[in-house]
Ligand binder design. Structure first.
Ligand code: GDP
Length: 356
């Protein structure tokens, strides 16, 4: 499964957030792997549509999609030089498919800031710099090898070109995700600044309720997504029953918990989407990549579904709710028979037809 690595400077609230995430963790039954590593938190992707489907179909249970987070131990200034946990940190971050960077926005005189002041912009720059330096080192180690391989015609010239362009961008302080370079030829290097980023601002209640301030912080990281939460409130929320939790959220001007927001934004940033199935046994969301076609999507349920794919009967969630049942949707021409070239859309309610 694709994972999101949680990173951030020391004392920004990573552990508080991660503990809340793991407390919120889905039960093992919902998750295809028996044991979950201690530094991994698997949470449900909130999807109110499943509740609606479960009511329509009288489903016994609801199975949402999940999102996996990995807690990646502390980055510090000098991580790229292998200081402290630096090397382990870089190896862990290399394995993550997207990065959620926790940035401290809360002030609390009892919690020391590693660099002395609360300055989200400076903190982000510290981390960016470490990642850029780490990538630069990777590139500079690879270039002599690429030069040799290019001379021996083992690789095409595009590999060296990509490496040199990347080196130049990094030297100018540009993360590779913001440079318009074709990095496919050097994908094997697993460069850190190519990964999609989400910024998680761990802020005080005053900021949570201050739209202007949030706008200002979001603008610092755009086009990357920003999520605002108060890690302390999040860790209180998970111990409350739904009504009290809703009340506490409302008092901070939110209608969704920060953890739920993070799950949604994270799932999207990983390039994932869902389609839905429903019946008397279960209402379920299935995880696929954006742009996947129907047979590949069917393969997520069972490989036989992909191999023997004939067609998919697709009803959009909205049409299904409006007509009230599959039969009515069919009667109103809202159930489409789609073939193997159909590109799945988020919220498709699907039944596959296949040969065994
Ligand atoms: P980490 O080093 O990034 O993992 O940070 P921790 O989660 O251990 O948090 C460091 C300290 O900050 C702890 O004492 C937390 O209780 C405190 N802390 C974390 N989040 C918040 C927050 O949102 N507000 C306040 N006031 N304190 C927080």
């Amino acid at each position: 499964a694709l994972t999101i690595g949680i990173v951030g400077l020391p004392n920004v609230g990573k552990s508080t957030l991660f503990n809340a995430l793991t407390k919120n963790q889905v039960l093992a039954a919902n998750y295809p792997f028996a044991t979950i590593e201690p530094n991994v938190g698997v949470v449900n992707l909130p999807d109110p549509r499943l509740d609606v489907l479960a009511k329509l179909f009288g489903s016994e249970r609801i199975l949402p999609a999940t999102v996996s987070f990995v807690d990646i131990a502390g980055i510090v200034r000098g991580a790229s030089e292998g200081e402290g946990l630096g090397n382990k940190f870089l190896a862990n971050i290399r394995e993550a498919d997207a990065i959620a960077e926790v940035v401290r926005g809360f002030s609390d005189d009892d919690v020391v800031h590693v660099d002395g002041t609360i300055d989200p912009k400076a903190d982000m720059e510290t981390i960016n710099t470490e990642l850029i330096l780490a990538d630069l080192e990777t590139i500079e180690r690879a270039i002599p090898r690429y030069e040799k391989e290019a001379r021996g015609k083992k690789i095409g010239p595009e590999v060296l070109t990509a490496a040199k362009e990347a080196q130049e961008a990094l030297q100018a302080g540009t993360p590779l995700s913001s440079a318009s370079i074709d990095l496919d030829p050097i994908a094997e290097l697993g460069l850190l600044t190519t990964k999609p980023f989400i910024y998680v601002f761990n802020v005080d209640e005053e900021i949570l309720t201050d739209a202007d301030k949030k706008q200002e912080l979001a603008a610092l990281v755009a086009p990357a997504e920003a999520v605002f939460l108060d890690a302390k409130i999040e860790s209180e929320l998970i111990d409350l029953d739904p009504e009290d939790a809703a009340e506490l959220l409302a008092s901070t001007g939110q209608d969704e918990s920060g953890l739920d927001q993070l799950a949604r934004v994270g799932f999207d940033t990983l390039g994932l989407q869902t389609y839905l199935t429903a019946g008397p046994k279960e209402a379920r969301a299935w995880t696929i990549g954006k742009g996947w076609k129907a047979p590949q999507a069917a393969g997520v349920i069972h490989t036989d579904f992909e191999k023997g794919f004939i067609k998919a009967e697709v009803i959009s969630f909205d049409d299904l709710v409006e007509t009230g049942s599959v039969q009515e949707a069919r009667a109103h021409g809202k159930a489409r028979m789609e073939g193997k070239d159909y590109v799945m859309k988020d919220g498709d309610v699907v039944e596959f037809r296949f040969n065994v």
